[in-house]
Design a protein around this ligand. Structure first.
Ligand code: ADP
Ligand code: F6P
Length: 326
């Protein structure tokens, strides 16, 4: 048997449902192509500490339907420091890793770009529920997170209608309003508050009151966590709306619910195609890029061009969500 080419793979940053689909596809397609996949645990933290082991197709059985990442992930401040970066390069050399696949969000991919600039053969795969990665229409995990938000809004609407209440539902996304907009649009929210559109408290109150004036008996306001710097916490915003309108206002923070769950069919299909393409690119000696998803097809984007998408939302869809909320 010819020696297999050792290739490291890691998941980094916020976990995203579908990461396991990408890992499974990379290992199985890579095995077919003569690669020896080497799993690196806990993202860049595991790279720095040399926490890694070879993987075979059997090792990735039974993970397709699992959220999270079987390799584990981490946020790793040490990798931002010269000592940690030097150690990471030393491990890659010592372990004879011919290439590295990084599955993660905008931050992890910035780390991948740094490694690429040091001469490491790197392929990136986009994975973040925030969907704030420039160059790809969708990242792994987004579809599952949106379905979780819709699931939650359906249930909140039941109790909001029962009591005639206004509910503020906080969603994740860091500075991206993508989850808030697309989850709110799909979930039929009355008001959507995102970092990309600077609504004032007065604007929000006016939209809530307009709904009740038109005969609605409830209001669901989806709030992206990234508006906190401008409008205060979601609880503070709820109190301000209560004072301004006299309505009963309640708050639900979806938090890490949006990161969990079995990946949807879409995220499994996306992860599987991205992972398999990464294996084919590495086997063909093609590196230094992100395998991205644009207009329903795979494409390659140089890692140096992979920054944080701003704005992360389609403003025409934002206007549509407002129209449909009347
Ligand atoms: P995500 O990848 O989900 O956006 P983070 O932004 O927390 O998550 O990034 C994950 C890890 O990637 C960080 O903990 C750090 O180790 C590494 N990283 C982030 N930004 C950079 C950067 N600009 N240069 C090098 N490494 C980075
Ligand atoms: O980047 C993904 C994300 O879920 C953000 O939307 C959220 O603000 C952050 O991760 C939470 O980070 P942690 O899981 O480290 O608390």
């Amino acid at each position: 048997m010819p020696d297999r080419l050792r290739v490291g793979i890691l998941t980094s940053g916020g976990d995203a449902p579908g990461m396991n689909a990408a890992l499974r596809a990379f290992v199985r397609r890579g095995w077919e192509l003569g690669l020896q996949p080497v799993g690196i645990r806990r993202g860049y933290a595991g790279l720095i500490s040399g926490d890694l082991s070879p993987l075979t197709p059997r090792d990735v059985g039974g993970i397709l339907e699992l959220g999270g990442t079987f390799l584990g992930t981490a946020r790793c401040p040490e990798f931002l420091e010269p000592a940690g970066q030097k150690q990471a390069l030393e491990i890659l050399r010592r372990e004879n890793l011919a290439a590295l696949v990084v599955i993660g969000g905008e931050g992890s991919l910035a780390g991948a770009n740094w490694l690429s600039q040091q001469g490491v053969a790197v392929v990136g795969l986009p994975a973040s529920i925030d969907n704030d990665i420039q160059g790809t229409d969708l990242a792994i995990g987004v579809d599952t997170a949106l379905n979780t938000v819709v699931w939650a809004l359906n249930r909140i609407r039941d109790t909001a209608l029962a009591h005639g209440r206004a509910f503020l539902v906080e969603v994740m996304g860091r500075q991206s309003g993508y989850i808030a907009l697309m989850g709110g649009l799909a979930g039929g929210a009355e008001v959507i508050v995102v970092p990309e559109v600077p609504l004032s408290l007065e604007d929000i109150v006016a939209q809530v009151e307009e709904g009740y004036r038109k005969g609605k008996r409830h209001s669901i306001v989806v709030v992206a966590e990234g508006v906190r710097e401008r409008l205060g916490t979601t609880s503070q915003l709820a109190r301000a709306i209560e004072e301004a309108t006299g309505l009963e206002v309640r708050v639900t923070v979806l938090g890490h619910l949006q990161r969990g769950g079995s990946p949807t069919a879409f995220d499994r299909l996306l992860g599987s195609q991205l992972g398999a393409q990464a294996a084919e690119d590495v086997a063909a000696g093609k590196c230094g890029h992100l395998v991205a998803w644009q207009q329903g097809k795979l494409c390659s984007i140089p890692l140096a061009q992979v920054t944080r998408k701003s704005p992360a939302i389609d403003l025409a869809l934002y206007r549509l969500a407002h129209s449909l909320a009347t």
